[in-house]
Design a protein around this ligand. Structure first.
Ligand SMILES: C[S@@+](CC[C@H](N)C(=O)[O-])C[C@H]1O[C@@H](n2cnc3c(N)ncnc32)[C@H](O)[C@@H]1O
Length: 599
């Protein structure tokens, strides 16, 4: 073992790299030389990694700390927030972020918490969010607001109430949005309300499972609307969106009392999250994010949901999985209308792991991270008491971590919303989280896709056709890798390392144009695109206008889609999708507030 490992500060990736070079590589090579079946090989890998981790002071190397409430940090963050609201600075949304951070670090019922709520109420007043101002005043009082300052709060309350009574009180822009409801364009399968009945699941050697249509599909058709089995809020959104329902409620978020990370829009969301999964991640989620990013966090959450589906009976879960004939689980033949949480577990359990295509180092990496996760979860979460000293339960838990690490790597997708994106007066797609959608996971990739994903405000995801698909044709999604965003070499490398296949889609075979293709100042043949770009800002401000423009772009795209990848067809497709998002997806308002000088 390299002694320098003890002094260097690591994250999970760098720690793995060091251990791989120092010891694991040789041990894994020996195991591979013995020509074991892959299942036995995995057992060896788990054993070797477990042994190694026991000999390495990984907690010190990763500088792991307990996630505790911290009044000093809470106070520091609140002061940072106060700096943001000073006259002349007035960065109110940033101030809300800091107050939220202060709230998550503060102890329940503490004066520090009360002061942070009270300060948040001042910002709400500035933002003309009078109802929210009153909510924060109530929260401050419930949290031991000091008597000596009670008068200030009373005055603020009076002002908010007066403002609410004024007839011309302009509703602040951070309001709930009325959203158009999206429905499938064709009748659904009898057993699956989420999928149009023209779609079929097929399987072949090249693509594995894949989805084809038995009728021609046209631009704008909505053919799937799937719900996530698991979703995870992105790290940058924890002080803006509810960690459970993902609603944008920065001014009234309340904290989890167990960790300094999760915030919710209501007691109801807090309690649902806790019951369903958060109790199994609360003790380690902050540190897990810090040392390893989202992959292990969503893996832990998936495992927690899986165990919850079996009423926390790990042995029953183990029996269920052992008796599951993976090859016989057909996600399109399942009766989703009467599916129980246990059936949902089966659906996720049979998603692709790519186990056989993974290289040694990649396999060892997943086992390594899963082993760390296992160790931490047993020590610092309720999973410890669920497993106790029962070796069978502990082994099953490790197996689940390894498998779901692999499944999550190739079956999660971005949850996207629109957000105002300066310096252009422009709305762009912004990923606010990740999720795993079992039915959508049946779609394969193309760098020139014929369908796109639209995240709906309730977290479901719709599949919308963006290029015509003939009867018998395959539906191709894109795994955030597109010929208009990256050149071919880069795409192929990413797809190989993340998804373990060599892409030979039409864009890769025909070397379709790359990121430089769509440039500002292009001249369009169609005046629809010219009109769109001239009025883009006002179109996006008003969902009704966006809907009208969406229909025009859809009609144009139907006419010119055959010319793809002609630049007008590419541009039209992109802008059609953007309008579609504006109409049916979620539009974050906080960023816009920020850009407009917070007013
Ligand atoms: C989300 S799954 C798609 C469904 C998968 N085919 C299955 O059988 O479960 C992603 C995996 O499908 C395979 N895949 C996706 N697109 C592909 C393509 N264009 N060619 C070959 N394999 C592909 C890769 O193994 C990838 O990791």
């Amino acid at each position: 073992m390299n002694p320098s490992l003890n002094v260097v500060r690591h994250n999970v990736d760098s720690l793995f790299d060091s251990l791989w070079e120092a010891a694991l590589k040789t041990r894994v090579a020996q195991a591979f030389r013995s020509n074991l079946h892959w299942e036995d090989l995995m057992k060896v890998l788990k054993h070797e990694t477990g042994m190694l981790i026991r000999t390495v002071p990984y907690r010190e190397m990763l500088q792991l700390r307990d996630d505790r409430k911290d009044p000093v940090k809470a106070s520091w963050m609140r002061n940072k927030g106060n700096e943001m609201v000073r006259r002349g600075v007035e960065h109110f949304i940033e101030a809300i972020h800091k107050y939220n951070e202060s709230i998550t670090y503060s102890e329940q019922g503490s004066e520090e918490r009360a002061l942070a709520y009270a300060n948040r109420s001042i910002v709400c007043l500035q933002l003309r969010r009078y109802e929210d101002c009153l909510t924060n005043i109530r929260l401050a009082r419930e949290s031991n607001y000091p008597e000596r300052m009670a008068e200030k709060l009373a005055k603020r309350e009076l002002k908010a109430r007066q403002m609410l009574q004024q007839p011309n009180n302009v509703a602040a822009e951070l309001t709930e949005q009325e959203q158009e409801q999206l429905v499938l364009s064709y009748p659904a399968h009898e057993n699956m309300a989420q999928v149009a009945n023209c779609l079929e699941l097929q399987r072949n050697a090249k693509y594995g499972r894949h989805v084809v249509t038995n009728r021609p599909l046209t631009v704008g058709d909505v053919v799937m609307i799937d719900a996530p089995f698991v979703k995870l809020l992105g790290d940058g959104f924890r002080y803006v969106l509810c960690a459970y329902c993902n609603r944008e409620t920065p001014c009234t978020l309340i904290p989890c009392e167990g960790c300094s990370l999760a915030m919710y829009c209501s007691e109801e969301c807090l309690s649902k999250a806790h019951q369903q999964y958060h109790r199994y991640e609360c003790g380690i989620i902050r540190e897990l994010w810090r040392i390893s990013g989202s992959g292990p966090v969503i893996t832990l959450r998936t495992v927690a949901l899986t165990i919850a589906a079996f009423d926390y009976d790990l042995l029953a879960l183990g029996e269920h999985l052992a008796s599951l004939d993976e090859s016989s689980v057909n996600l399109f033949a399942m009766d989703w209308k009467s599916a129980t949480p246990k059936d949902n577990v089966s659906a996720v359990h049979v998603l692709s792991t790519n186990q056989q295509h993974r290289r040694r180092k990649d396999q060892a990496y997943h086992v390594f991270v899963a082993t760390l996760l296992h160790d931490l979860a047993l020590q610092r979460t309720e999973l410890g008491s669920i497993c106790g000293t029962n070796l069978e339960k502990r082994r099953l838990l490790l197996d689940l971590f390894v498998r779901y690490m692999q499944i999550m790597q190739c079956n999660t997708q971005e949850l996207a919303s629109l957000a105002y994106n300066m310096p252009l007066p422009w709305y762009n797609s912004v990923g606010y989280g990740t999720g795993c959608y079992p039915l959508i996971s049946m779609l394969n990739h193309s760098c020139a896709p014929n369908v796109t994903r639209i995240t709906l405000p309730d977290g479901r995801c719709a599949i919308v056709v963006v290029r015509p698909i003939a009867a018998g044709g395959q539906l191709f999604d894109f795994y955030e890798i597109h010929h208009l965003h990256q050149d071919r070499e880069e795409r192929q490398t990413s797809l190989q390392s993340m998804y373990h296949f060599r892409c030979d889609c039409e864009a890769c075979l025909n070397d379709y144009p790359g990121p430089e293709y769509l440039q500002e100042g292009d001249i369009f043949v169609s005046n629809i695109l010219t009109e769109y770009f001239m009025h883009q800002e006002s179109i996006f401000r008003d969902p009704k206008k966006a809907k009208q423009m969406m229909a025009k772009l859809q009609a144009l795209l139907k006419r010119i889609a055959g010319k793809y990848p002609d630049f007008e067809a590419c541009e039209c497709q992109q802008e059609f999708v953007r309008c579609f998002q504006r109409v049916y997806s979620y539009t974050l308002t906080t960023t816009k507030y920020k850009m407009d000088g917070n007013r």
